[in-house]
Ligand binder design. Structure first.
Ligand SMILES: C[C@](O)(CO)[C@H](O)COP(=O)(O)OP(=O)(O)OC[C@H]1O[C@@H](n2ccc(N)nc2=O)[C@H](O)[C@@H]1O
Ligand SMILES: Nc1ncnc2c1ncn2[C@@H]1O[C@H](COP(=O)(O)OP(=O)(O)OP(=O)(O)O)[C@@H](O)[C@H]1O
Length: 270
């Protein structure tokens, strides 16, 4: 079986307070973007994991695809599989690429072994892999709360808009980004902003709370965001804890970026 795990952007990201478990309570809108990895899971005599494409930091034995397998193996005594991941989504980007691979491994195993896990059950397993993972068990935009694992569908469509994603050659560690945050309740709740403020007025009203501290350490990320505005973006922001930034345009643009900046662009179809 083959799947194409997408990445995500965060439309608004409010870090509300630090929880007693060390995580932060947040509210964000996860929006899927078809810049995808390629994931194959097939039955095998022995458990095997291989990868191609871009390098992935860390020990391959800790890959989220394998962690997903072991999570279900523990409860369902699954037969061995061979997993191959072709990596395209940049890591350390705030795009949830690793989280997506883990969640899609759960989805493929659910189908391959007819486990009949519901989307809710899959989301609960995914939440054990990481705070961003649960979102990737769903296919539509979701409001994320809690540590990001509590999902509520949101009626929001960017269909027909042209999206540009760009990641400079900077790796932002999620834990490091959270350590630089001073949590605070926002003046306006995220759902209210997203549903009552038109896209044309999001600039200055839709905030990613990670931007001040990450931009202070990495001014080139802020410069990239401003570059998107100068190119005509209606709205631009850093995604997640960075380093990727995105711009939403009313029409297609053809932008050239400095060497080392990996980028994707396309018309959103949902
Ligand atoms: C920044 C976001 O990408 C926004 O979508 C997510 O909150 C990050 O989700 P993630 O990468 O899946 O994060 P996890 O792998 O669960 O946690 C990595 C580290 O980030 C911090 N972390 C993560 C999520 C959260 N709500 N509060 C946190 O403080 C913790 O230090 C944690 O040890
Ligand atoms: N399949 C995978 N793809 C990418 N990273 C993986 C994978 N499995 C484990 N990892 C580890 O997880 C870390 C975080 O993954 P990734 O960088 O894709 O998330 P992210 O882009 O930071 O997204 P976010 O910040 O929104 O969670 C990587 O640096 C890597 O060490």
């Amino acid at each position: 079986m083959v799947a194409f795990p997408p990445c995500k952007i965060n439309l608004g990201l409010h870090i509300l307070y630090k929880r007693t478990d060390g995580y932060h309570a947040l509210e964000t809108c996860f929006y899927p973007v078809p810049w995808t990895d390629i994931l194959e899971v097939i039955p095998s005599d022995t458990l095997a994991f291989s990868q191609s494409g871009d390098a992935i930091p860390g020990d391959p034995h800790d890959n989220l695809c394998l962690r997903a397998y072991h999570l279900l193996q523990k409860d369902f005594h699954l037969s061995p599989v061979r997993i191959h991941l072709h990596k395209i989504i940049p890591t350390g980007a705030g795009l949830g690429g690793g989280s997506s691979d883990g969640a899609y491994t759960l989805r493929l195993l659910n189908d391959l072994f007819n486990l009949h896990l519901t989307p809710t059950a899959l989301a609960a397993y995914a939440a054990q892999l990481g705070s961003d993972c649960a979102f990737f068990t769903q296919d539509a935009p979701q409001l994320g709360t809690g540590r990001g694992e509590i999902l509520t569908p949101i009626d929001l469509s960017l269909k027909g808009k042209f999206l540009v994603l760009a990641k400079p050659p900077i790796h932002v560690s999620t834990a490091e980004a959270y350590a630089g945050i001073t949590p605070a309740a926002p003046a306006t709740g995220l759902t209210q902003t997203l549903t009552q403020v038109p896209l044309a007025a999001w600039k200055g009203q839709l905030h990613n709370d990670f931007e001040p501290s990450v931009f202070a350490r990495h001014p080139s990320i802020e410069a990239l965001k401003e570059r998107l505005y100068r190119a005509g973006a209606v709205y631009a922001s850093m995604s997640g804890s960075g380093a990727a930034v995105f711009g939403i345009f009313d029409k297609g643009v053809d932008l050239a970026f400095d060497a080392g900046v990996v980028h994707w662009s396309g018309v959103l179809t949902r």
